[in-house]
Design a protein around this ligand. Sequence first.
Ligand code: GLP
Length: 260
Amino acid sequence: MEVIIQSSKQEACALGARWIARLLRQKPRAVLGLATGSTPVLLYKELIRLHREEGLDFSGVTTFNLDEYLGLAPEHPASYHHFMQENLFRHINIAPENTHIPDGQATDVPATCRAYEEKIQAAGGIDLQILGIGGDGHIGFNEPSSSLTSRTRIKSLTQRTRQDNAPFFEKPEDIPQHVITMGVGTIMDAREIVLLAFGQGKAAPISATVEGPITASVPASILQFHSKATLLLDEEAAGDLKRAEYYRWVHDNKPDWQKV
Ligand code: GLP
């Protein structure tokens, strides 16, 4: 697990975007796992800038999003379908048929989840998974107590997560109770994982993820078992890390060939 602390979320997102750009240049038909929430918005803005100004090409790229609310139509302003269109897809040259987000209107949920897993497999698996983190340490919508080997499935949101996501909805009662999310095991199958976290509200879950025990009570802590997981943090999100100085030193003293 590599922890990279940047002075601002702008810098962290610029680094994250360079990371993705490097992959796409090496592998134009890469498969990306994408996240929603406020955290990756700046990352997507930077990818859009790289596309417009430096010709970053998404024409061969396939994407799989982590999750979607059950019961929301794709055009609902709080749906993750809508979020991805507005914040990334409609600004880049990605083929709509290459973008995948769990179907929030699925009627046969288990079959929909199985099919999602099969599509990821058929695409060759996820090369790079982008993650945010919930205030309680969740990844995707895998709430605390989620099986650490879980696959794509229905989950019930905690009250805390529903409250955290309330700003995206008009009325609190509009916030769905259920979601479809990639499982923790699905996420762990990605060849590489980059988790972004910004702001003081993420300091506690980040310290639990990096320096706490591996536990289903903090689903992100399973990333300690991933051989290529990187955390891109701002100073606030890194605020509770005991070994912050060491992580900074490691980053500042990398050999040239390891730098992005
Ligand atoms: C939701 C999403 C997660 C995201 C989390 C944090 O629960 N399903 O993927 O990481 O919110 O959101 P934010 O980035 O807005 O803090």
